[in-house]
Design a protein around this ligand. Sequence first.
Ligand code: PEP
Ligand code: MG
Length: 755
Amino acid sequence: MRDVDAGPRVLLKRIRQIMVKPMDPQTRLDRFVEEIAQSMVAEVCSAYVLRADSILELYATFGLNPDAVHLSQLRLGQGLVGTIASSSRALNLSEAQRHPAFQYLPETGEELYHSFLGVPILRAGRTLGVLVIQNEAHRVYSDDEVEAMETVAMVIGELIAQGDLKGLSTAGVELDMEKPVSHHGQSLSDGIGLGHVVLHEPRVVVTNLFNEDTDAELERLEKAIRGLRLTIDDMLARREVAFEGEHREILETYRMFAHDKGWVRRMEEAVRNGLTAEAGVEKVQSDMRAKMQSINDPFMRERLSDFDDLANRLLRQLVGNAGAKASNMPQDAILIARTMGAAELLDYPRDTLRGLVLEDGAPTSHVVIVARAMGIPVVGQAKGVVAVSENGDAIIVDGLAGDVHLRPQQDVQLAFAEKVRFRAKRQEEYRALRTQPNITKDGEEFSLMMNAGLMVDMPQLEESGASGIGLFRTELQFMVASTFPKADAQEKLYRAVISESGGRPVTFRTLDIGGDKVLPYFRNAPDEENPALGWRAIRLALDRPGLFRTQLRALLRASAGSELRLMVPMVSEILELRQSRELIQNEVRHLSKFGHGLPNKVRLGAMLEVPSLLFDLDNLMKEADFISIGSNDLFQFFMATDRGNSHVAGRFDTLGIPFLRALKSIADKAKEHGTSLTLCGEIASRPITALALLALGINKTSMSPAGIGPVKDALLKTDIGALRNELLPCLENGIPDRCARTLIEDFAEKHDIPL
Ligand code: PEP
Ligand code: MG
């Protein structure tokens, strides 16, 4: 009787002998199929490889007509082989011709054979081809035989991935692995990046496939599984389970899966069949990934992808952390990840990063906020991109359109390289404007500052030519951390920001958390139906004075000897500003009692983001030392449109007449009371809206640093008085058949102003 356990092991041993002998790739593949056929007691063994044109080409056969090699072809989904490839599932049939998908290929002479076993050739969950055995007799192949076939298929997968089978196709078509692929995702950060793939979770490249000593390998596997379980327990035991993106629930799921008997058994089986521990883990992971592709149920997919993460961790346990972070980062790295924490992004050397592609990711995810601050183009929601990418592949990230082009063809590469050159030229031109005074064509002064929130933003101050930081979002330090930053860490950051700003004014905004700015470690955050209207920003700060006071103290200490400008977000009624002032005064008293240095002056501003304040402007202007319009939120509440909801976010024009009237009423009141006024939302960073703002009398704005060059360029070329003369009457009377946008566009075109 055949020893089923020994069968696959012997086969793998022979395959290994063929692998190490020098021979040309076609001979090697021919020897493989011959060896497999003999070992599996099959009359036929054939290997089909998937080409870039979605054709499965017969690459080698033992038993079928040898003249059919490189001639026989099946489309993806066509025939049994095509069905296996498109579904990534094995087919085990005792009467192949009865299967509805069976397709007869006369050139192969396969009509003699009844039973059929075909398995996908997988690598990292991706189907690269199909491996088939056939027998004349009606035979049902055992589970062990299926397993053995899957294991050798994996070895062939490695051959394909390493490029061994390149150039063998007589049709001259390249393989599926090398074909260009484009993904359309969501644009999360502007810009274009050309470079080479760096997988954030690099596939631990399993080079050692065949085991020498099954028992020793089983022991290694067991030890690694034990280690994995311990690490998870360890993470769960920490008081603050606050790994970014790794909340307690996920870890609990991981713990459950790490004990999953089926998963462990399948890996052990692969090792018993002759693979090393790591190759066994990879085999089971690859099967799982393939399964994941055909599952639509999001819950199931999520579970399978948890197993995927777990397998990656296990592989790292087995091969150590070697390769966990790409050691030889290309100089033009484009990171690809399913998901990533902000702190992980900051671990990469900034000067080598050209882009980021995520399978998930949303405009408000922390990693995206940080990437934007670093000026890196980001595309999110690029589903499936990890599976089709290999380290070192050429790639283009188009953060403007939300597209990713993997292994692009030369014409696409050239077109994008041209775009990048054009953008770089524009940047040069903007850089040249930095030293020019901020005065419009007709002599009106304006001031352009930048928004910031992390130390990585600071070099942009010099680079963009901003005259200061009009909005420092202090919550970003909290958002990228895994626990509440301690008082001294806060103070250290504020000190560093003040020192880096080299005397240019900095306006710190006190914590604006809540709403879409979620802190994963903030345990007592309530579940809210409408977080944007909920317990956030100044509301939370006043209800949690401990948190607020710690921050105020850190700000006061960091600004000792200079002026502290701070502003509070989301003020809805003036009382909140008054209460904030009281808290600040208490802290000043406390610090001076203990002899700490204090700021020369503290100026307290209010962010105008809630429309209620529009109806209390006189009092507001009297009470606040300065006002900063947060136009992102003000517009959201003014028009009742969720700024983060893509179905409505672009629905209304920020240059709509009612909103412009509201802005003008603020500007007029600020002027009347002599209160300093700034605007720091996104509309400040687009030339067309920036023109409107200055025409309304808002001459100080703060924006993302990339906006400063184009806005300055446009303002320098504008006779703002002339635009004002056209725009203001329209605000008073309404514009019957034109909106303010077309009015400004027409004006800009007439006067040659770049928008
Ligand atoms: C705003 O709302 O316009 C603003 C600048 O604040 P944030 O975008 O941080 O809410
Ligand atoms: Mg806001």
